[in-house]
Design a protein around this ligand. Structure first.
Ligand code: ATP
Length: 286
């Protein structure tokens, strides 16, 4: 096998809590991660020499700064692979959006190289290695519905999220995760989401039980900087979402619907307002 094509799914955070700032500058988090059906497509092809990156997205680096390059380099060094690799990346996941787009691409490269080279390496080992690329990469290897703790490397798989329709809207702004965490006063957060109650509802397959616990403490930083996020959240509720939340560090907003017709109508209405540059109607991916 000389080539492999993979799908790399985006995630949303059904709940996101920050417990404290650690001395090394990272933050201890407690969050519920969920894959959704928005994905990038990657093709990895063996070449004689060197790692090369090609992408259809003009804003993305096609060099060693792309996370897919870092992931490939890590695998080549760790497993002393010979030859080279060409990585072709078709980008569909919004960038700097809070949807782990870069992390999921990196995870796909790690898994893809394991398969392409027939490496005898466990998923657990791959997840341990991957945290050096980014805190969300271990989750992206695991996928599905999961509780993420520590800096993101302590993962507990959960029951699949009950079926529903998810409207995802990203306004025309880019938010950088680093900026949001740097401006978060972890000590001063006065209202923490009840992530344990959300996990219990997920394990019970109880969608109405999940919804009241959909909270994200990072909204306290990103929304004051970009009030359009609140506007989109309100529009989603007005147009029939049972709950709406910012994902990760933002600015992407998602809304949960049980009826497809309502979700489709909200999609059309929000699209018409032009508050969101990118808008998708999708479902959870197990
Ligand atoms: P997270 O949810 O993990 O915070 P994000 O959605 O906020 O992620 P990304 O889209 O993953 O942010 O990436 C943000 C930055 O990383 C961008 O500045 C981008 O240039 C850089 N980057 C490097 N490689 C990639 C990649 N393969 N896909 C997306 N961004 C990448």
């Amino acid at each position: 096998m000389d080539s492999i094509t993979l799908k790399a799914y985006a995630k949303i955070n059904l709940g996101l809590d920050v417990l404290r700032r650690l001395e090394n500058g990272y933050h201890e988090v407690k969050m519920v991660m969920q894959n959704v059906g928005i994905y990038d497509e990657l093709t990895l092809t063996k070449t004689p020499l060197g790692i090369t990156v090609e992408t259809d997205h003009a804003e993305l680096p096609a060099d060693e700064n792309n996370l897919v390059y870092k992931a490939a380099k890590l695998m080549f060094e760790e497993f002393r692979l010979s030859g080279g690799l060409h990585i072709q990346l078709e980008k569909n996941i919004p960038i700097a959006a809070g949807m782990a787009g870069g992390s999921t691409d990196a995870a796909a490269v790690l898994k893809g190289i394991r398969e392409l080279y027939g490496l005898d390496v466990s998923t657990k080992r791959l997840m341990e290695l991957s945290v050096s690329i980014g805190a969300d990469v271990p989750y992206c290897i695991l996928g599905g519905t999961a509780l993420s703790q520590g800096i993101g490397e302590i993962l507990t798989p959960l029951s699949p999220m009950p079926q529903c329709h998810i409207l995802v809207a990203k306004p025309d702004i880019n938010v950088f995760t680093k900026f949001v965490y740097e401006h978060l006063d972890a000590q001063g957060v006065d209202k923490h989401p009840d992530i344990d109650a959300m996990v219990a509802a997920i394990q019970a397959g109880n969608l109405p039980g999940i919804l009241p616990h959909m909270e994200n403490v990072l909204e306290t930083v990103t929304i004051p900087a970009h009030p359009i996020i609140k506007e989109i959240k309100q529009l989603m509720i007005t147009y029939g979402a049972h709950a709406s939340l910012m994902s990760g560090s933002g600015p992407t907003v998602f809304g949960i619907f049980t009826e497809y017709e309502k979700a489709q109508s909200a999609y059309e209405k929000i699209k018409a307002t032009q508050v969101a540059k990118q808008i998708f109607l999708t479902t959870p991916i197990a």
